[in-house]
Design a protein around this ligand. Sequence first.
Ligand code: TEU
Length: 532
Amino acid sequence: MGEGSAMAGEWWREAVIYQIYPRSFQDSDGDGVGNVAGVTRRLGYLEWLGVDAIWLSPIYPSPMADYGYDVSDYRDVDPLFGDLKTLEALIAEARYRGMKVILDYVPNHTSDRHPWFLESRSSRSAPKRDWYVWRDPAPDGGPPNNWISRFGGPAWTRDGVTGQYYYHAFLPEQPDLNWRNPHVRREMIDVLRFWLDLGIDGFRVDALSALFEDERLRDNPPNAAWTPAMPDSERQSPVHTSDLPEVHEAVAEMRATLDAYPDRVLIGELYLPIERLVLYYGKDGRGAHLPFNFHLISTAWTATAFAALVEEYEAALPPGAWPTWVLGNHDQKRVAARLGPAQARIAAMLLLTLRGTPTIYYGDEIGIPSVSIPAEAVCDPVERREPGLGRDPARTPMAWDSLPNAGFSKVKPWLPLHADWAERNVSVMSADELSILMLHHRLIELRRKRAALRVGGYGEMSADRDCLVFERTLGEERIAVALNFSGKSVESGLIPVGAQVLLSTHLDRENSVSDGRLRPNEGVVLVVERKT
Ligand code: TEU
């Protein structure tokens, strides 16, 4: 399916994207929190790793109620992270090294301290009143309807100043902008131009599906599958608050804005079933270039489940659409925590050999496991609202070396490091030929060498309970990938015997000849045949 090389300007088709959570990447000014200058300092590492683009989680001025996803000024950098000059220096240095810089764009909501909201809440007749979603209380004085926040609890907060309620899909500190208001739209689209003019290469659009709510405010129906063991936010089926048809019009406007500049990329954050997700590619180039596909995270970890997932996704992609895969991000449990260290290697090989643009989450390349956060160190407000669901364990500092605080900071970091940071860090692992870090480095290197891995077609060869075998083909080039999802040794009739092993997750049998077997938790990339 779908082979071919990247079209001019569509660098993102062949790229490996790397997500940076700026608070946790590198501190350069000794406050225990990472910053933009710290990212610049580590670009050499990222160049060595081989990534093509970095996406920064929000760096805008923010009261940090949701750690930057509550923006109080869309056109600046929070002093905690630096300023516009330090960001421009990062862009220049990245460009010099051939890397792109993608920003997070948070259009659904602002901070409750954003000047727009302060004005909006000041009176019912304020010029910006309609920039947010205000409604009268229900007859009993309660919220206007039953909608709940994605972080649990009611999605409406009553404001004492005017007695009306405002809508917030997330925290009360994150009031939703009213995208039906043309002034809001114009202003928010202009924000994109501000960053495009500064040289930003694209955006990851936050919470995209939440952009519109039902105008008639109809109640969301209960989710029949909900049980008390599930998060409060899943009690309802969000039919009137998520993925409304109007979102696609807004995406088209964002896309048209980017299209006025060469070589930019629009990525959407969308937790949706595949058939709804792929609609975000839009018709006739009016959608996102890459609607993030999070199904590697939510699918059961078996070979058969993945074979079915890839088949469903590949079949659903509209003509010309380019696939994309994600294993982890700042909202999800660390991949090594979900799967354990051995299968995290299989996951890395899967991510970096499937057809489509992969996004690596910082720290996953060194296999950071889940970090237990003592009660007094909890930061994420979600942990207080829905205990056990907090996202701090996936946001802990990057470990660079064995010096105090892992070279992340001169002082105690804002969140604790993983327990084994003295060994699990870039300096130690880059000197260990067998480490998971070297596996990432080698996989990316292999993608660079083998066009079939970057742009070749995908074909499933077989999947049984433990073993997934697929191939990537481009012209005469045929590369097979065989992944053992189990801790047992497997022999599958479809693992090509006699083929050359380009890479094993164990990193110890490059250039050997395949005997048709995989060791426990082993994945291999093989050249099936190459006639040039
Ligand atoms: O997340 C949007 C979102 O839908 C999340 O609630 C997601 O479903 C959940 O975290 C999965 O566990 C984005 C950002 O990625 C997140 O960090 C922000 O808190 C949120 O938007 C609000 O801006």
